[in-house]
Design a protein around this ligand. Structure first.
Ligand SMILES: Cc1ncc(COP(=O)(O)O)c(C=O)c1O
Length: 436
């Protein structure tokens, strides 16, 4: 019994992106409801992050909870090899109907990184199945983030992806600057032309590069990428793990650009922040490259918990909420309120930029001197905001009330105003790889 008690303490947990020797102990969460996280000691924090951008309907939404408990009573899990089930079939049909054009072929996995790996495998094997063995690399972009597994680290921004740390272990991918104007677009076209024959595909986070620094780009850039990919017959992969499900103002970022990618990845808000689930969704010409009399041309992937029925039930319930409740209108109001509420940050010393897209609000600083002190200042204000590197950002649930959002934006303004006065400079803590 004592042994079990011991293993329940945080001491045995190896925490994410955390220097276990020096990091302050994490806060203990006891319960979540709506946009509130209640801590073990009774403190209540208004959540500005929606648990890494997942809890888009707020926490513990009764409709998702009921769907998951119904499914739990019926069939929590069943293997997906050789078997199928209604929650997965319904979800796949609904995703195909929501996504544009013939993005109709849905592969379900359990994490964002794995969905990106599957998308890369789809693109690579698309060529292999046609007998082309020379297309082994991917083009991805500076500032990009696609996950922490080995294949995905290699397509992240070189800093973020820890290319230097894992030199020799990561595949050598082509990481380009994202074109932003006619001259960088021309440079991009040249680079692509030089490497296109060795490439299996192009991978990008559309509209917002999230964990790489909440960097926004214009939809016209995505149209440029589409044209460039078409010119070389390359599959274009949109990683919508962050941007999907309304975050940037339309249901999917690709809609805002009027671009149909060849493969899309989704996760994060797919289950409304309740269960681990992801998807890689391909257009018909990609899918058809896998159809053959030869079993070896099948997509060789199958995570044990793929299409988990509980997660599919949660995702279906989350989609019900997008249908039944005015999420896109809520996102537009959140964006307008964040733009007003964060505006005072513009005048503060050390603030480089303030930007808002959809329900993403960003204050970019010259630098953050003491991330731990900043985190503590937010908690003392009763809010949960997780700055990273030089970025303070808000990605709240779409159901957040005006009052709660005002509490968040006021906390950001106040804490940064005080920080710009006092510099929160006690010491410079070098947190290179703190994601969020
Ligand atoms: C755009 C994007 N792709 C992929 C991932 C990786 O997802 P996961 O952490 O579920 O593996 C993330 C996570 O932040 C992401 O933002």
């Amino acid at each position: 019994m004592d042994q079990f008690a011991a293993t329940a303490t945080a001491d045995h947990l190896w925490r994410p992106y955390t220097q276990m020797l020096t990091a302050p102990p994490p806060l203990r969460a006891r319960a979540t409801q709506g946009c509130t996280i209640t801590l073990e000691d009774g403190r209540r924090l208004t959540d500005g992050i929606a648990s890494w951008w997942t809890a888009c309907h707020g926490y513990n939404h009764p409709h998702i909870r009921d769907a998951v408990s119904d499914q739990l009573a019926r069939m929590p899990h069943v293997m997906f090899g050789g078997l199928t089930h209604e929650p997965a079939e319904r979800l796949a049909g609904r995703l195909a109907a929501l996504l544009p054009s013939d993005l109709d072929h849905v592969f379900l996995a359990e994490s964002g990184s794995v969905a990106v790996e599957v998308a890369m495998k789809m693109a690579a094997q698309y060529w292999l199945n046609q007998g082309v063995r020379t297309r082994r690399r991917f083009m991805a972009f500076q500032g990009g983030y696609h996950g922490d597994t080995f294949a995905t680290m290699a397509v992240c921004d070189p800093e973020e992806g820890m290319h230097a740390l894992y030199k020799g272990l990561l595949a050598d991918q082509l990481i380009a600057p994202l074109p932003s104007d006619p001259s960088s677009a021309a440079a991009f076209d040249d680079l692509l032309a030089r490497h296109a024959r060795t490439l299996a595909g192009i991978l990008v986070e559309p509209l917002v590069q999230g964990a790489g620094g909440m960097l926004f780009h214009d939809p016209s850039m995505l149209r440029h990428l589409r044209r460039a990919a078409d010119a070389h017959g390359l599959p274009l992969i949109f990683d919508e793990i962050f941007t999907g499900f309304g975050r940037t103002g339309t249901m999917f970022a690709c809609e805002a650009a009027g671009v149909v990618p060849d493969i899309v990845t989704l996760s994060k808000a797919l289950t409304g922040g309740t269960m681990a689930l992801s998807a890689a969704i391909a257009r018909t010409h990609i899918f058809e490259a896998f159809l053959s009399d030869d079993p070896a041309r099948a997509l060789m992937h199958g995570p044990t918990y793929m299409a988990n029925p509980l997660a599919c039930a949660a995702a279906n319930a989350s989609l019900d909420l997008f249908e039944a409740e005015p999420r896109l209108a809520q996102i537009a109001s959140i964006g307008a309120q964040m733009a007003r509420g964060l505006q005072p940050c513009r005048g503060l010393r050390g603030v480089r930029d303030v930007r808002v897209m959809g329900a993403v609000g960003v204050v970019e600083l010259d630098r953050i001197h003491d991330l731990n002190a900043l985190n503590a200042a937010f908690v003392a204000r009763g809010v949960w905001v997780r700055p990273f590197r030089n970025i303070v950002y808000l990605t709240p649930a779409f159901t957040i009330t005006e009052g709660e959002l005002a509490q968040l934006t006021e906390a950001v303004v106040d804490v940064l105003a005080r920080a710009s006065g006092e510099q929160l400079t006690s010491e410079l803590i070098p947190v290179r790889r703190v994601k969020l």
